[in-house]
Design a protein around this ligand. Structure first.
Ligand code: DTP
Length: 171
């Protein structure tokens, strides 16, 4: 097993393409109230899950929610793709504004697996091209991730590493 140490009262950003297994990973290793997701926030501000125009409001809500939880001293896990640097930077700022540490957990699975899993879902209407773009964004990000302000970057390579991971909190 591979134990991931995360900051006790801090922020954990999951990073991975759609189909990488972020929600599954979060459900296995964290409490249900500790995980906040872009999908849930989108569902709260739009009745149509494919309403792309709702994206800015969904992320506005997500940032606000994360800020409130961190101010209250609660460990918080963000379940969103976070494959773009600007997306990660906005969450790093929320952590800094609340004087807490932030770790990244990268769920790095082969592109074909992410595509295959996502195409098999009937609650996801985007195709392989979207995942290929996310995968490219992630691979480009990997080199510079450690300079973005994370306390630690935990890079889980492949499904076996993801499935073997456990979590402990560090003070
Ligand atoms: P999205 O960003 O689209 O929400 P995700 O949260 O990264 O995607 P999920 O955890 O929702 O990914 O998983 C997508 C599908 O893959 C789902 O049908 C369950 C399956 N899956 C996820 N993790 C694993 C795993 N470790 N082993 C086998 N199947 C998995």
């Amino acid at each position: 097993t591979f134990q991931i140490g995360v900051p006790e009262k801090g922020l954990v950003l999951l990073v991975g393409t759609s189909g990488a297994g972020k929600s599954t990973f979060a459900r296995r290793l964290f409490g249900p109230t500790q995980v906040v997701s872009s999908d849930t926030c989108r569902a709260m501000v739009a009745d149509d899950e494919n309403d792309l125009a709702a994206t800015p409001d969904a992320f506005d809500l997500l940032h606000h929610l994360v800020g409130i939880r961190l101010r209250r001293g609660l460990l918080t896990v963000v379940d969103a793709t976070n494959v773009q640097r600007t997306a990660r930077a906005s969450f790093i700022k929320v952590a800094k504004d609340n004087d807490v540490l932030v770790d990244a957990v990268v769920l790095d699975v082969p592109q074909e697996i992410a595509v295959e899993r996502t195409l098999a879902r009937d609650d996801r209407d985007f195709g392989a091209a979207v995942i290929r773009r996310q995968h490219a964004d992630l691979q480009r990000s990997l080199k510079k991730l450690r300079k973005e302000g994370f306390r630690k970057v935990h890079h889980l390579r492949g499904v076996d590493a993801i499935d073997a991971a456990t979590v402990r909190t560090e003070r």
